[in-house]
Design a protein around this ligand. Sequence first.
Ligand code: NAP
Length: 264
Amino acid sequence: MENNRKTALITGAGRGIGRAIAIAFCKKGYNVVIGYAGNDEAANETKRLCEEAVKLCACHEKEKVDDVQGEQHIALVKGDVSLGETAEKLTECALSFNGRIDVLVNNAGITRDTLLARMSEEDFDNVINTNLRGAFLLSKSVTKPMMKQRFGRIINISSVVGVHGNAGQVNYSASKAGLIGMTKSIAKELASRNITANAIAPGMIATDMTEAMTDKAKEAINASIPAKRMGTPEDVANAVLFLADENSGYITGQVLGIDGGMGM
Ligand code: NAP
């Protein structure tokens, strides 16, 4: 049976927000490519959770799954997104299912926090290369197939600090602000081809990235968030699904805050 499913490529999907996004697309009946850097155990767990979610959908939520045919593909691709060869590998894998790439989610990201006076050039470059250069390479790589199929959704996971800045995150906030500028430029270039590009700016989301904070720091941050809690990876995944939807085609070049009101 021909595979007529849509395909979503998600970077940094081995853990955290990316994992929740991968599971959400699997539930929607997409073929999914799970990109990750090196944590094989976490990535395999994401794949297992995706497969489990698909099975549960088939049993209990059939009406929620798109009317699609063909075997659903869920693939893992390991590699550093700051390298051109990884963008090629990820794109090739996505195209191998049925020649389409409908959605790219540039989610892979790292932090190397410290004050400006102490920040090494290496920490600046590593963060820019992963968070910004990686998104550039992937976006460039999927553009041709998306233009050919006259449909595409590029969703870049930025951050509230890309809009507002944050002490101790000169490198990270620069990368996330750069991502917003890049998103708007891509949106302008590709809008006439039915390809949208949007950024999501999460606030504090409970993942490994925020786990390193002390309980006291978490409490202080929660108190400052209007919603009085950290967000979940699923909060972000829901927004990604919304922007990826065919019916969201008139939304482009936007920055959607998923932050419990933090960015107001
Ligand atoms: P996370 O739990 O630390 O997971 C990061 C993911 O990115 C992992 O799958 C990791 O792969 C992958 N990755 C890291 N460097 C990579 C590289 N060079 N090449 C390929 N993959 C790489 O992070 P998260 O909290 O889910 O964050 C996901 C995104 O949301 C990031 O862009 C982050 O900046 C953004 N964000 C997060 C928050 C938050 O509060 N958590 C807030 C705003 C924005 P491995 O598993 O193999 O290491």
